[in-house]
Design a protein around this ligand. Structure first.
Ligand SMILES: Cc1ncc(C[n+]2csc(CCOP(=O)(O)OP(=O)(O)O)c2C)c(N)n1
Length: 556
């Protein structure tokens, strides 16, 4: 006989969980058992949403499920934080305290029925009502989170703080190592569909590959690049798949879609065949299904059957793991067909060169306040080869998606839409991969969301580097309000998107982190070097131009 807490602590350790992220008080006994029986770090945060984002960053950095927790009153804050993980297919496991049948419906303090709120943000949403169910429910949580297209799961433990963990039962903390990391399975594709996909790719004169988050989750970057090289096919990526090909690779045309690089949209718009690999071909990646236009021939490779053909009619739909499928295609492909695409490769290269020429002045700009493009160029040059790079959404996603060149061994992770995700996600990524440098790019509006977690980073010495594009505003909104006001905004209109000017470096220093304020472009490089060398949580506050607006996506 052991109690639920002993079982849960041992199972988490057995699955290789190194950190859990939470706001107390939940599963208190389990935390005591973690201390006694395991070396799991219990990262106690300032907010449940940030805890979920940290778990998400941890998961996306390694493929290992990230674990976050909240007591009953914090459950919906945690659910809100699972929304980005759900959109990005990130394996996050959320534990919450929940209702007890002995008292439910009696107006228990702080209690509502939280379970329905987890439905839209999880792959699996369940309750643990008897201690005997700890082992199978926890195993199922890991199984669902890491199988197929990964995603979040939620377990609600009986008792507002999950006090069921104190009860004893005849239970064994068995784990299934296969589900300790995504992808748990690598389904092999139907050989006929592989042949069909190759048939269309080899005959196309202007094909392009669009690699998405599924290719990244599968670890398929090497096979993807090799196939593109073998067949002479340019590669665009979604924002989520950006680290599938180095920005400097001759076949890389950039991130396609709404938060994108113009060259990628132009190449995909000119293609006669688009091959989506691990991409749902959703609205962000296709700029609202304008790039490519519906009707262009498409091939799709995905681990989820329901994704195949959902957004574009397919010439071939291959159901399987991206890495396995691409390596089979590589083994079978007709390399001679590459000759057919010489002219197309020249055209794609020309489009990329035109784009570089167009943005060169901004990337090299010495202007003060600093241009965000210059920050991206500095990061391209100076972020270490093995770093994990994160970008928040909005302008941060546009600047980094479009202007930053990822390197072969770097990981790139981005918010799937929620402002404020990147800073805590960067802390989670650093916990998951302490030996790798972590550099997060966020706007000041993005930083404000979870700024309290600076203290968490200091307390746990989570040595991530956060770069703040500080324009004292959410200036991505400027264009929208210009439109809303019929051209020129009134001075009062600026109340809707501007903030007080704050020195975040000073604030970070006061909390105990390394804070560096950068006002001149040439000071950025030494600031980044100092931050990376400090081995402390570091914040680089870059004073940028409030008038700098990211270019909008093109459709042709
Ligand atoms: C949760 C959430 N709320 C609102 C938004 C809408 N939104 C997108 S970008 C943005 C402003 C971004 O400001 P900042 O991070 O400072 O970057 P800047 O635009 O100034 O470069 C807002 C409010 C969002 N993406 N997510």
């Amino acid at each position: 006989m052991i109690n639920g807490a002993q079982c849960l602590a041992e199972m988490l350790a057995g699955y290789g969980v190194s950190h859990v992220f939470m706001v107390p008080a939940v599963l208190r006994r389990t935390f005591a058992e973690m201390e006694r029986r395991t070396s799991i770090a219990r990262i106690h945060c300032h907010g449940e949403k940030a805890a979920a984002y940290m778990a998400d960053g941890y998961a996306r950095a390694t493929g290992k499920p990230g674990v976050c927790m909240a007591q009953v009153v914090g459950a919906l804050n945690l659910a809100a934080g699972l929304r980005d993980a759900y959109l990005a297919h990130s394996p996050v496991i959320a534990f919450t305290g929940g209702r007890d049948p002995k008292t439910k419906f009696r107006k228990v303090y702080q209690e509502i029925d939280d379970v329905p709120a987890f439905e839209p943000v999880t792959k699996w949403n369940a309750t643990v009502d008897a201690v005997e169910r700890f082992p199978d429910m926890v195993r199922q949580a890991f199984r669902v989170a890491t199988s197929g297209a990964p995603g979040p799961v939620h377990l609600q433990f009986r008792g507002n703080e999950g006090q069921i963990d104190q009860e004893e039962g005849d239970i064994a903390p068995l784990v299934e190592e296969q589900f300790a990391r995504a992808p748990a399975f690598r389904p092999v594709p139907d050989p006929e569909e592989v042949k069909k996909a190759l048939y269309w790719l080899e005959r196309a004169e202007r094909p392009v590959i669009v690699a998405g988050g599924g290719a990244r989750a599968s670890g398929a970057a090497a096979e993807l690049v090799q196939l593109a090289e073998a067949l002479a096919i340019p590669v665009a990526t979604s924002l989520n798949g950006k680290d599938c090909i180095a920005g400097a690779h001759p076949l890389s045309v950039g991130v396609v879609g709404s938060y994108s690089r113009e060259s990628a949209n132009r190449v995909v718009a000119a293609a006669d065949l688009v091959c989506f690999v691990g991409s749902a071909a959703g609205g962000m990646t296709t700029h609202g299904w304008a790039v490519p236009k519906i009707g262009v021939a498409t091939v799709q490779i995905d681990i989820e059957p329901e994704v195949l053909g959902r957004n574009y009619p397919l010439k071939a739909g291959v159901l399987g793991d991206a890495k396995v499928t691409l390596s089979q295609m590589l083994a079978q492909c007709d390399r001679k067909s590459a000759a057919r695409r010489k002219g197309w490769l020249e055209q794609a290269k020309g489009i990329c060169a035109e784009w570089r020429e167009k943005v060169r002045a901004a990337l090299e700009s010495d202007a003060m306040p600093i241009r965000p493009e210059r920050i991206c160029a500095e990061l391209t040059r100076h972020v270490p080869e093995d770093a994990i790079v994160l970008a928040d959404t909005g302008h941060a996603g546009m600047w980094m998606g479009g202007m930053y060149d990822v390197r072969t061994r770097q990981s790139f992770m981005r918010s799937a839409g929620h402002l404020g995700w990147a800073f805590p996600a960067g802390l989670g990524a650093k916990c998951a991969a302490p030996a790798r440098p972590v550099v997060t790019f966020t706007g000041d509006a993005g930083l404000w969301y979870h700024i309290g977690e600076l203290e968490t980073a200091v307390r746990w010495n989570i040595a991530a580097v956060t770069v703040v594009n500080n324009n004292a505003s959410g200036n991505q909104s400027k264009r929208g309000f210009d439109r809303a006001y019929g051209g020129e905004q009134t001075a009062k209109a600026r109340e809707l998107w501007t903030y007080t000017s704050v020195d975040f470096a000073r604030l970070a220093s006061d909390i105990g982190a390394l804070g560096i304020r950068v006002e001149k472009p040439r000071d950025f490089e030494p600031a980044l070097a100092q931050a990376l060398e400090s081995r402390r949580p570091a914040l680089i506050d870059v004073v940028t131009d409030i008038e700098a607006i990211a270019p909008v996506a093109v459709s042709s």
